[in-house]
Write a protein that binds this ligand. Structure first.
Ligand code: GLU
Length: 299
């Protein structure tokens, strides 16, 4: 698909895009619209990849992976390459964390969610939130001494790994203090402000690699040249550009689509029981009719 920015034209072989659902529920029309958006941008000549983002073992379920693959097949959406499953790539995410750790860009954080919420409540000013709505971490554990860290880890205290945002940005911006940007197919060059996220978590005990880490790693590993995703993930791109720069990974181009809403203007979400593709199928709808609905509702 052409861009209004001539410097953002597709490479000779077309864009490599991906559809990356998280199997936390059944697919709904919003997913199909997102898959179509990714497919359209890969045409003509490019390639659409399928990636199952099942890193969150608490929320993702095997039965939803099976249902996702089945529903996509029923709709006639096909992939040349075998789908990539994030849960099978833990060694690669671990290696990325090791690289960042060797460069002293990560630190262990022992604060619990309750500690962080308490800290935010007791702060004199209103609690600061990151662009994704999460609470900004005050950085309590950033200043622990090496001895203290070793003692707590030795005592078996659980911890998360956080990115030292200030150090990371200083390294990424270099001596010339070159700010990061990303290229949006519709809006052109956009400035990034990863600092607004504070010291983000890149790994936890229950989820040993975070969304930001895995998605950025995989887009590079799979050679994705155009990341298509919902507008709700636009701000996360600032963090992804930082990780790409720190790791020396290629910079993809981005294209964002609006999220589908119901008649009341409320965003379709699996947790609210948005009408699933499975339900439409069981009600007797033909796959072509479902595809047509997604195409019409398409962002
Ligand atoms: N897995 C994410 C989701 O289902 C999409 C990931 C991305 O595009 O960065 O919302």
């Amino acid at each position: 698909m052409a861009s209004v920015f001539p410097f953002l034209t597709a490479p000779a072989g077309g864009w490599i895009t991906r559809f990356a659902p998280s199997p936390t529920g059944l697919l709904h029309l919003g997913h199909v619209a997102a898959a179509l958006f990714a497919r359209e941008h890969a045409e003509p000549g490019g390639r659409l990849l399928l990636r199952i983002e099942d890193i969150d073992t608490q929320r993702c379920q095997e039965r939803f992976i099976a249902a996702t693959l089945e529903d996509l097949g029923w709709l006639g959406l096909r992939w040349r390459d075998a789908p990539r499953r994030q849960s099978q790539r833990m060694d690669q995410y671990r290696a990325t964390l090791d690289t960042l750790q060797e460069r002293d860009l990560l630190y262990p954080c022992f604060c619990t969610r309750t500690d962080i919420a308490r800290e935010a409540q007791s702060s004199a000013s209103a609690p600061h939130t990151a662009p994704d709505g999460g609470l900004l971490y005050a950085g309590t554990c950033r200043n622990l001494s090496a001895t203290e860290r070793a003692a707590r880890i030795g005592a078996g205290q659980p911890y998360a790994l956080r990115l030292d945002m200030r150090r990371s940005c200083a390294l990424a911006y270099g001596a010339e203090r070159r700010r990061l940007t990303f290229r949006d197919l519709k809006r052109g060059v956009c400035a990034c402000e990863p600092e607004a996220f504070g010291d983000i978590i890149l790994a936890r005990r229950d989820t040993p690699a975070s969304y930001h880490l895995c998605v950025t790693h995989d887009d590079a590993a799979q050679g994705v040249t155009l990341v298509t995703r919902g507008e709700d993930l636009r701000s996360a791109t600032d963090v992804h550009r930082l990780l790409q720069t720190l790791m020396g990974w290629p910079e993809p181009v981005y294209a964002f689509h609006p999220l589908l809403c119901d008649q009341n203007g409320k965003r379709l979400a699996k947790r609210d029981g948005a009408l699933s593709i499975r339900a439409m199928r069981e009600s007797g709808m033909a796959p072509e009719a479902v595809m047509e609905m997604a195409r019409r509702a398409k962002p």
